[in-house]
Design a protein around this ligand. Structure first.
Ligand code: ADQ
Length: 486
């Protein structure tokens, strides 16, 4: 397998002597995909998180004490993509984060459309595609379908790359299978078509044999866009798109988490929260898609409408800094600081503060303890591809009786975690009622709901997701499905 992602599964940093060192990146994706790459003697193509003055500078091996999943990824299995820093900034901060991120989260007013950003995006994707082709050429020639290399391209940063990889592979008579997975939502056609170069995006993705999304709704949006933008023949029932004489499969592949790892963390983590108050927990990157301002307002409304929770309940909001050099994110930080200050100023008593706000990253142990010891997990994004926090929360809910999960219907997790309480984050008043309901929920109902939620996430963990992707790539389009297209 060759994995292609904007970032490598670790970042390179310089130590005080100027030597390059690997710094591990945590996260379920790396945990799940790295073993498949390592065990299959595969390759990983991505940006190493640093611009190297000398692109031939060798990638260091992992530290001998490294116990992270990427420790076994040898440096000759890593392809570090290098780009001009100005071009990279325009591709990454411009096109990816200022255009695709808001647009694909159905927030077009926040999106900027700039020709120069798009040009950089095209160039960057070309660079990733060229590096991938070189990686493909370096593999031993395959003898049949069973050992055909599988190229797995990830996310909105690389929506054009697949088609160029396919074309170049065909020219060089190199065999491979191509798959793509989008980690964020795919928007409805009415939003998608606002992007001036939307046809090119679809053509890029349709270079794959299979395109995966978290949930069926995103698949249907994609199929719809292919039909309406490009005039492709499509089959909505079987999720197939005909393009360039090929049939492309579209598949819902909801991502999971390393469930057992979170259970172990929750079992070992020491208590960090005091027991005399119920905690409502929010854990997010500080991002405008996560609905943080709406969440604080709902909590304020809860205290207004149900004063019996005063001095009994606190909101613990942990927000990890994200994209801090972008103005929209700086503005959000400012707004959050003010709102937390105002609500705390309004309700704080000598013995209690309603909101505890941590602006920073917390360790996995601490995170597991927070998840385990909170009464309510509040996951209320305005839009979210899936949302792993909802899943991590239920994995860590090992106390009996457990707490309650509240999820927004606008997250992929809201579509799949049926036993959670559903809360529309835009309806502040209603959201406060849902939080009240969660706080007052009888024990037996909490146990029943949490049992179902945990059972599903345990079965559909991140390894199951990787296997589902591989199986979706391996299965061939049957003749019946071919005949159905129309
Ligand atoms: P993200 O937008 O980053 O991911 P999410 O799925 O919630 O969102 O994952 C965030 C991760 O960061 C979680 O694993 C969480 O534990 C961790 N995290 C968040 N805040 C933290 C903090 N303060 N300290 C430590 N860790 C913290 C994108 C999409 C999602 C999709 C994922 C995976 O936007 O919709 O679920 O990819 O496909």
């Amino acid at each position: 397998m060759i994995v292609v992602s904007n970032r490598l599964p670790f970042v390179l940093v310089r130590d005080k002597d100027g030597n390059l060192k690997r710094k591990a990146s945590a996260g379920g994706l790396v945990t799940a995909v790295a073993p498949v790459v390592i065990n299959g003697n595969g390759l990983w193509v991505g940006w190493p998180g640093i611009h190297l003055n000398d692109p031939t500078e060798p990638i260091p091996e992992s530290d001998p004490n490294d116990i992270t999943p990427t420790a076994g990824l040898k440096s000759d299995k890593v392809v570090a993509v290098q780009m001009d820093p100005v071009m990279f900034d325009s591709y990454y901060n411009g096109c990816c984060n200022a255009t695709f991120w808001p647009l694909f989260h159905s927030m077009p007013d926040r999106a900027t459309f700039k020709g120069e950003h798009w040009k950089s995006y095209v160039k960057a994707n070309k660079e990733f595609a060229d590096c991938t082709i070189k990686a493909l050429e370096s593999l031993p020639p395959c003898t049949g379908n069973n050992d055909m290399p599988l190229i797995w391209v990830h996310d909105y940063h690389l929506m054009l790359a697949a088609n160029w990889i396919r074309q170049a592979a065909e020219e060089r008579e190199l065999k491979c299978k191509l798959g793509f997975f989008l980690h964020i939502p795919f928007p409805p056609w009415d939003i998608f078509r606002l992007f001036p170069w939307s046809d090119e995006i679809l053509q890029g993705m349709l270079g794959c044999d299979m395109v995966g999304f978290h949930i069926t709704d995103y698949c249907l949006n994609f199929v719809d866009c292919c039909q309406r933008n490009l005039g492709c023949r499509v089959d909505r029932k079987n999720l197939l798109v005909e393009h360039g004489g090929r049939t492309v499969r579209v598949r819902p592949l909801p991502i999971g988490i390393p469930f057992e790892r979170f259970v172990e963390l929750a079992e070992k983590a020491p208590r960090v929260l005091s027991t005399n108050q119920k905690i409502i927990l929010g854990v997010d990157r500080l991002d405008y898609t996560k609905g943080l301002v709406h969440r604080l307002r709902s909590f304020e409304k809860l205290l207004e409408k149900y004063p019996e929770h005063i001095e009994k309940v606190s909101l613990l909001q942990i927000s990890v800094p994200s994209r801090t050099d972008v103005k929209e994110y700086q503005d959000l930080k400012e707004e959050m600081d003010q709102l937390v200050g105002r609500i705390n100023g309004r309700f704080t008593t000598p013995n209690w503060s309603p909101i505890r706000y941590i602006y920073g990253c917390v360790s996995q142990d601490e995170l597991a303890a927070f998840y385990r010891d909170s009464a309510v997990g509040l996951v209320t994004p305005l839009r979210d591809g899936m949302n792993l926090v909802a899943k991590e929360f239920v994995a860590c809910q090992i106390n009996i009786p457990p707490g309650v999960l509240i999820v927004s219907p606008f997250a992929g997790a809201g579509e799949t975690m049926h036993e959670a309480l559903i809360c529309n984050p835009y309806e502040i008043d209603d959201a406060s009622d849902v939080i009240h309901r969660a706080l007052m929920m009888p024990e037996d109902e909490r146990i029943l709901r949490m049992n179902y939620l945990r059972r599903r996430e345990k079965l559909n963990d991140v390894n199951y997701w990787t296997k589902s992707f591989l199986s979706a790539m391996g299965s061939l389009v049957t003749q019946d499905e071919q005949d159905d297209v129309g």
